[in-house]
Design a protein around this ligand. Structure first.
Ligand SMILES: Nc1ncnc2c1ncn2[C@@H]1O[C@H](COP(=O)(O)OP(=O)(O)OP(=O)(O)O)[C@@H](O)[C@H]1O
Ligand SMILES: [Mg+2]
Length: 270
């Protein structure tokens, strides 16, 4: 059997306070999480539970305090070069045009300007930004900027796509359009996707599997659900189907208490 694209085993991440080294915070503890080579897996959980932390571990940006991380069967010891990353925050370089932003990664890899331009223009077209390549980020809407970031990630043709709440800042219509676009792009190439969201609807609509994390500290998976809704899916339409509603109820039953716990903890910390 082929090894999974991402394989976290027994991963814990403890942060030590810069001001007081005696202060420690264990964000995630003993997490096992795998993503198959062509699988779309979402991780959901309350705010602050450690979702971005786990994504950073899979990206090789953060070494776990304990546990092992494998990428296609190989231990991950540096940046995960098989993965493309779409961040929670804006990631476009403000001093570059949309085209310049999408080209950047290719140029960095040593691809010639002519070839990088061709591929970047192609990807801008695929994400609906053909003709907008000369716009700077501040000249684009939030949705357009997200499209440009998507092109920036996918132009590198990564085997693994890591997405951290990529659409949470968008209005619901734009968001659903982009979710469907991502599913279409994914269906064409079937890469491994690790998708982080706090939105259960989005997680179910997009994924093959949904993993629920408990509230922190020491957050860990407390439920795992196979989403047996046939593809292709329309993220807006499937929400009214019987199976979606059943899955939503089952996952929410596990998640509800954790969301309340997470919220209480934030109130206490404030
Ligand atoms: N570098 C760090 N140093 C100290 N604490 C950190 C660090 N990174 C994350 N944390 C803490 O670890 C916990 C998990 O953070 P993380 O960003 O992974 O949460 P999240 O689930 O992505 O939250 P959200 O849904 O709000 O994005 C938080 O309590 C956070 O404050
Ligand atoms: Mg986060």
């Amino acid at each position: 059997m082929n090894p999974p694209a991402i394989d976290l085993q027994g991963v814990s991440c403890t942060f030590i306070s810069k001001d007081d080294p005696g202060q420690r915070y264990t964000a995630v503890r003993d997490v096992n999480l795998t993503v198959g080579a062509s699988e779309f897996v979402s991780v959901v959980g309350p705010t602050g539970c450690g979702k971005s932390t786990l994504l950073n571990v899979a990206a090789g940006l953060l070494a776990p305090s304990t546990g092992s991380v494998k990428v296609f069967g190989e231990p991950l010891t540096a940046i995960n070069t098989r993965a493309g990353y779409m961040f929670q925050t804006e990631s476009l370089m403000p001093w570059r045009t949309a085209l310049g932003n999408v080209m950047a990664g290719l140029s960095f890899r040593g691809v010639s300007d002519a070839e990088a331009t061709k591929q970047a223009e192609d990807w801008l077209r695929r994400v609906g930004l053909g003709g907008f390549g000369d716009r700077y980020p501040h000249q684009m809407s939030g949705g357009m900027r997200k499209r440009a970031s998507l092109a920036q990630t996918l132009v590198l043709d990564p085997d693994i796509i890591l997405m951290d709440e990529p659409f949470s800042a968008l209005d619901i219509q734009t968001r659903q359009l982009m979710e469907n676009e991502v599913l279409d792009l994914w269906a064409a190439k079937k890469k491994a996707v690790l998708f982080i969201t706090h939105d259960l609807d989005e997680a179910i609509a997009m994924s093959d599997r949904v993993v629920v994390l408990s509230a922190g500290p020491a957050s860990h998976p407390i439920g795992e659900f196979h989403i047996d809704i046939p593809r292709p899916r329309d993220v807006a339409e499937i929400k009214t189907t019987q199976r979606f509603i059943e899955l939503h109820a089952a996952i929410w039953a596990v998640m509800r208490e954790e969301v309340l716990k997470g919220y209480q903890q934030q109130l206490k910390a404030a």
